[in-house]
Design a protein around this ligand. Structure first.
Ligand code: CP
Length: 307
């Protein structure tokens, strides 16, 4: 198979396993390009892509822009601060005005879950979700899966742990379906208030005790506490959270195994993850960021190829 089964990338829940395999295989080719002295190919030379960020981002925004430039696409960058959104313009009006200037694809981050799906139903171009509310962050899920695949050679049978604020995490929303589709086993760990009700219905298990959860896993993806998405308090304090669920060197050294540690970023150092782990050889954090460019090149290339 050489084409994606979907016109848009809204989430990984809907994506076929064959699509994920194709994205990973295509990313392998682009990783090779990114290791050349001239890190550029003409694949998207006649394509114009709008990166529309209605919410803050460092990694995802820069990674998409770099992926587009490496593919020779023309890019425009929109952020809601400083735009006419502040004057009351609707999302659809904003996007339709940008599309009137002959834009071919939209990469969008939005604080509202469902915003990219809404757009996909109302405009004719490819929509790529760069993170929507608490729903999904599909390219993060893909780069996480790809980074684990690169390290372990296969995801099948791997014990994959997600620690922390699963309830508000769009990364968990994408990692869980990806890991399950690729044959990994998934467990979540965190205070019960930060774990969605009925999580087991997704095919994952829950372990409230961090030590027990770490003893089970091969890979632990540590999530940030997303205070910006909490309208009420879900934990007594960050200090108490850190005492029960913070991942630190002493805890990892007390286990009789070498666990791979991941984090999607941005890290709140000293809260969910200590620097003595984040910056250690066990950490995959910067490889995740590096792989993000090849994964996003693969997604853009394959979606453009369907048009
Ligand atoms: N991982 C991630 O989405 O980071 P940013 O919010 O910086 O894009």
């Amino acid at each position: 198979m050489s084409a994606l089964s979907t016109k848009h990338l809204i989430g990984l829940k809907q994506l076929e396993k064959s699509d994920i395999d194709l994205i990973f295989k295509t990313a392998d080719n682009f990783k090779e390009v990114l290791n050349r002295p001239i890190k550029k190919v003409p694949s998207l030379r006649d394509i114009t892509i709008a990166n529309m960020f209605f919410e803050d981002s460092t990694r995802t925004r820069i990674s998409f822009e770099l992926a587009e430039k490496r593919l020779s696409a023309d890019t425009i960058n929109f952020s809601s601060s400083g735009s006419s959104v502040k004057k009351g313009e609707t999302l659809l009006d904003t996007v339709r005005n940008i599309l009137a200037m002959k834009v071919d694809m939209i990469v969008m981050r939005h604080s509202s879950s469902g915003a990219p799906n809404f757009l996909a139903q109302h405009v004719p171009v490819n929509i790529i979700n760069a993170g929507d509310g608490t729903h999904e962050h599909p390219t993060q899920g893909l780069l996480d899966g790809y980074s684990v695949l690169q390290k372990f050679g296969s995801l099948k049978g791997l014990n994959y742990l997600i620690i922390g604020d699963v309830k508000h995490s769009r990364v968990a929303g994408s990692d869980i379906p990806l890991m399950l589709k690729m044959g990994a086993k998934v467990k979540v760990c965190g205070p019960p208030t930060l774990i969605p009700k009925h999580i087991e219905e997704l095919g994952v298990t829950y372990e409230p005790n961090l030590r027990k959860a770490l003893e089970w896993c091969d890979v632990a993806n540590v999530l940030r506490i997303q205070l910006e998405r909490m309208d009420i308090k879900f934990i007594p304090s960050l200090r108490e959270y850190s005492l029960s669920y913070g991942v630190n060197r002493a805890l990892l050294d007390s286990l009789n195994k070498d666990i791979t540690i991941m984090h999607p970023g941005p890290i709140n150092r000293g809260v969910e993850l200590n620097s003595d782990v984040a910056d250690s050889k066990q950490s995959l954090v910067l490889q995740q960021v590096e792989n993000g460019v090849a994964i996003r090149m693969a997604v853009l290339y394959l979606l453009a190829g369907r048009n």
